[in-house]
Design a protein around this ligand. Sequence first.
Ligand code: DOR
Ligand code: ZN
Length: 350
Amino acid sequence: MTAKQNELNIIQPDDWHLHIRDSEIMKAVLPATTRWAARAIIMPNLVPPIVTGADAQAYANRIRACIPNDVEFMPLLTLYLTQETNPADVVQAYRDGIIKAVKLYPAGATTNSHNGVKDIKAVYPVLEAMSDAGIPLLIHGEVTDTDIDIFDREAVFIERVLDPLRAEYPELKIVMEHITTRQAAAYVLNSSSGLAASITPHHLVVNRNIMLSGGIRPHYYCLPVLKRESHRLALIDAATKGDKRFFLGTDSAPHLDHAKIDLCGCAGVFNAPHTIEILAQLFDNLDALHELEGFVSLNGADFYNLPYNQHKMMLKRVQTPLKMKKKLETNQGNITVFDPQMPVYWQICS
Ligand code: DOR
Ligand code: ZN
């Protein structure tokens, strides 16, 4: 048996799907990401959402104002697609370097999505302009029809919305965000170029039993909702086999505890604080440490046609499990940090 590897030196990672909110909460949560990520695709589902190039520019300025001078971090902005989105504004914002992508939320699919798209055909002119300009479309891939079971919403979205959309715009670059099912992983694996998927740490590490068995645990409630174990195993397979079409998007989505622990608690898992350590442990458990760099540092950059980060990150195996932060305290209240329910023996050392 070969000796276990005790160190891992990788190109610095990025996060290809991140919620940092705004104002005081943004100030509180950003350091959890800038500690390990050089860049992040920033989600636009603020209240009100980031819908124009001017909104994105102003949000980028607010984000930059929260980053200390000695921290290198590049926020990559996105626009929130609505039925009123102006194709020319999207293309201009992209050409001006203000945005990197556009996010499609089906109306009602998740947190702050009520301004999203009700009729996909209504945004086809925007998609056409994006396809021509090479602007990636990031999709929250769930139907919202009340007659579709919540655990089936991703698979049904692929059939009813995504497949016809790709047939209409075969050149459009698309990321299926935070995939959660074997159907989604298989759909990407069977596709030709231009389609990729981001995967979250929580969907790789826990399944729906953790959320619902032995008591209801609201801090594991997110959308798309956690699925059964067989789906988690399909995601693990997609993430750890070196396929360039799968990359890390944490979907770290902080909510104050009082908003999660409520009669109608909101969706979102705050996993940014220990993302990389948890993934190192998961890949290590699967004897796939050599695939970690591709998943967290290379594949996403390739998809977005961006250079790899210059800095390296060193991880080290430790003897005693990492003491993970349980809560982030903010001046608005506490935010509970994702607990992977497994010991983690990896630490970032530089
Ligand atoms: O769980 C989620 N939380 N899923 C999303 O799609 C949005 C996010 C949020 O903004 O809280
Ligand atoms: Zn998200």
